[in-house]
Design a protein around this ligand. Structure first.
Ligand code: SF4
Length: 354
């Protein structure tokens, strides 16, 4: 394997402008396995992120081993966070990936402090911890072990199929702490999925992952979000998606309409203009100016459409607008749904959760 990079403390001539703002940069590397992607390996000073108390975020602690995400979802709410590095929220977010190579050890140290109250921790609430890079860096086993050893319950939310690698470890963890697994599957049509989430595994592969996690003993929640107006909200599409989710063994679904926060909107509209120009004026009407959320009338219409279908398939469902369910961990993954497509306008404190 040919890795290009440099040593600790050296300046990377190939690094993009702004990476001098990346504390603890060890080296920047490329590899033929990940064409077009640069990994910026950093020594993190901290692993646990505390969500500010005043934030609208419905969980208190997160761990994010990666910054940026090769899953490259066009609608990804986290895109704007790359701008803090002077990288852009579009292609750079998809291809300039910050990797906290020491996250497991740092987390272990933090969890051993006497002051740690063992509050539940949410994984996958900002960028995906099982994106492709995890196959190479294997950061999640260390994170899972540290949380388990400290008696800290946790939830994992992912679009990645790599989580299957860690199911034995997660199963073992679940004998000692509460572990919640959720999978996000927004687009079931393969052509559309490939277009709007070009780096993600197919819906079929993610459903197989749901099946594997279910067979391992987990009650899996599927996040059917974001639902894209005029693209994934027809009755036949929703009906087919719910049937497949049920067949895979999922227990619950959480659904919600697309959010387009300011850092995301230009990139999403660029995609829409290229791929579905006929929908641009309709989306401008649904998301005018700085509006991040679909209008309440649309969200209510969507809920009225979803609920009977959900019942018909024998699933439990929550709409994003229902708010978080009660309970310390059982609700964590579902509560994370609010984070995955973005909080209400103005609640942006968690942008800096890294
Ligand atoms: S929505 Fe999730 S999986 Fe998609 S790019 Fe963003 S962090 Fe990655």
């Amino acid at each position: 394997m040919r890795w290009q990079g440099q040593q600790l403390g050296a300046t990377d001539a190939a690094a993009l402008p702004g990476l001098e703002r990346l504390d603890g940069l060890v080296r920047s590397v490329t590899t033929p396995e990940f064409a077009g992607v640069t990994f910026h390996e950093v020594m993190a000073k901290s692993a646990l992120n505390h969500v500010p108390g005043a934030s609208a975020m419905p969980f208190d602690w997160t761990v994010n081993p990666y910054r940026g995400c090769t899953h490259a979802c066009t609608y990804c709410f986290a895109r704007g966070t790359h701008e803090y590095l002077d990288l852009d929220a579009g292609h750079d977010f998809d291809s300039q990936i910050v990797v906290k190579i020491n996250v497991g050890e740092v987390l272990q140290r933090e969890l051993r402090r006497g002051s740690w109250q063992r509050d539940p921790v949410a994984l996958g609430t900002n960028t995906d911890p099982y994106q492709r890079a995890e196959g190479r860096y294997r950061l999640m086993p260390g994170i899972i072990s540290a949380l388990t050893e400290s008696g800290t319950s946790f939830s994992v939310l992912t679009k990645g199929t790599l989580i299957r690698r860690d199911l034995p470890l997660l199963k073992e963890a679940a004998t000692r702490v509460d572990v919640t697994i959720a999978t996000s599957i927004a687009v079931f049509d393969e052509r559309l999925q490939h277009s709007v989430e070009p780096g993600t595994p197919t819906a079929a592969a993610r459903l197989e992952t749901v099946r594997a996690a279910t067979e391992a003993g987990f009650g899996v929640t599927v996040f059917m979000m974001p639902i894209l107006p005029h693209l994934t909200d027809s009755i036949p599409m929703i009906d087919d998606a719910l049937r497949r989710v049920k067949d895979a063994g999922a227990r619950n679904v959480v659904f919600g309409a697309l959010h387009l926060r300011p850092g995301v909107k230009p990139w999403f509209f660029e995609w829409l203009e290229r791929e579905h120009p006929e929908l641009v004026s309709s989306y401008r009407g649904l998301y005018p100016g700085a509006a991040a959320m679909a209008p309440k009338a649309y969200r209510q219409w969507l809920a009225r459409r979803m609920r009977p279908l959900v019942r018909a398939h024998g699933l439990d469902a929550r709409a994003e607008d229902d708010g978080p369910p009660r309970g310390p961990v059982s609700g964590l993954a579902a509560r994370a749904a609010i984070r995955k497509t973005g909080p209400p306008v103005g609640a942006t404190a968690a942008d800096r959760l890294f």
